[in-house]
Design a protein around this ligand. Structure first.
Ligand code: DP6
Length: 366
């Protein structure tokens, strides 16, 4: 059994003065949702997601050994510059600083270097698509590349597990953005190797019906999130339905294990849509309560149900903690669904905007 202490390095065998790395990491879309957490970013229930392919964060990390004559107390510990789309972005720094504080015990070299973190997303910034998963994963990959220079002996397995472990400490769902194509995070008794500490690739057979599964993201509301995920997760403490909901996530994962094996897309749709609506139901029944869907979210859901009933095309939806709709469908109905989206759903999107994505393989060194 892994514990967090397994990721605390004992000694480093090499030294390095300066250099740089660049990694991209994708976003992911949860099928069984992570909603509710314990201390230290431990999830209240297991979750599973499709790793995406096109919605990514690309992060370059330049590092340089610091002048040790400057006392660390003067520089407040960490030293880094943050560039977003090539320009300094002060408002992102507190989040990064908090991340560095959380991971320092696992990467004891962090205060020895000055870092320049240069990052951008391949999707529009104010699209309502969360960049914390891809962003934290991309940064974690870069830090692991540096750790590998300091300790060349670490294995690939350790590299990816620890990258996911670190990403989790930045943002829970980020731990599912390191690997592809289907990633499980959180201990579940029938999923071998599953752990609360990091995301693992789905360990069993996945039917060809789910190969290249498509996700078209309909941008219904591109505004700032009404409820931050931190506040949202907190709402599950003392929530009247929390325990039942956490148990249901385990059951839904059991169902997905069977579905991924037998390729039953009809059953897949039931689990995935129910999960999305349950996530929103949790927010509607918390105190304080929120409605995160917009009228157009419901219009889209109803249009998808009508289209599916009439055509038997196996298209379904899922939602994040917001109003945007992820439209999920097998690759072999891509043309029909894209035509349906253009004909009937684009009108419900803000400025007619949507993003075509599909299952992907995870973080990549550039
Ligand atoms: C609704 O990973 O953003 O997207 O750990 O507080 O950073 P923090 O939360 P975050 O929560 C994501 C919640 C979700 C469901 C999911 O992705 O599983």
């Amino acid at each position: 059994m892994f514990t967090a202490a397994d990721f605390i390095p004992k000694t480093y065998s090499s030294t390095v003065e300066n250099g740089n790395f660049e990694w991209s990491a994708p976003s992911n879309i949860a099928l069984v949702k992570y909603w509710g957490k314990k201390d230290n970013q431990i999830p209240a229930n297991p979750s599973v997601s499709f790793t995406l392919n096109n919605c990514k964060t690309v992060t370059k990390l330049a590092f340089e050994k610091r002048d040790t004559s400057t006392p660390l107390s003067v520089t407040n510990g960490f030293s880094f510059d943050l560039l977003f789309e090539g320009k300094p972005k002060e408002d992102f720094k507190p989040k990064i600083r908090k991340f560095l504080e959380r991971i320092e015990v696992y990467l004891p070299f962090l205060k020895d270097y000055h870092f320049t973190i240069d990052t951008h997303n391949t999707f529009p910034h104010s699209s309502g698509i969360a960049s914390s998963a891809s962003g934290m994963a991309a940064l974690a990959m870069n830090f692991m590349s540096l750790e590998k220079l300091l300790n060349p002996e670490i294995t690939d397995e350790y590299f990816y597990q620890k990258a996911s472990f670190l990403a989790r400490l930045g943002s829970g769902s980020a731990c599912r953005s390191v690997k592809g194509n289907v990633v499980v995070w959180g201990e579940q008794k029938n999923l071998k190797g599953s752990t609360d500490l990091f995301g693992v690739e789905f360990p069993y057979t996945i039917h060809e019906n789910f190969e290249n599964y498509q996700d078209t993201i309909l941008l219904v509301d591109k505004g700032e999130k009404q409820v931050s995920s931190t506040v949202g997760h907190d709402l599950m403490h003392n929530h009247p339905y929390a325990e039942r909901r956490f148990a249901q996530a385990h059951e839904n994962l059991d169902q997905l294990i069977a579905i991924f094996e037998n390729g039953n897309v009809t059953e897949f749709i039931k689990v995935v849509e129910s999960e999305a609506l349950t996530l929103h139901a949790m927010m509607m029944t918390s105190m304080p309560y929120y409605i995160l869907m917009k009228p157009n979210t419901l219009q889209i859901i109803n249009a998808i149900w009508k289209f599916r009933n009439e055509t038997h095309v196996p298209v379904c939806f899922t939602l994040d903690a917001g109003a945007n709709v992820h439209v999920l469908y097998p690759e072999n109905v891509k043309e029909k669904v894209l035509q349906f989206i253009k004909n009937e759903l684009v009108g419900f999107c803000q400025n007619g905007q949507y993003i075509c994505d599909e299952i992907g393989t995870g973080a990549v060194a550039l």
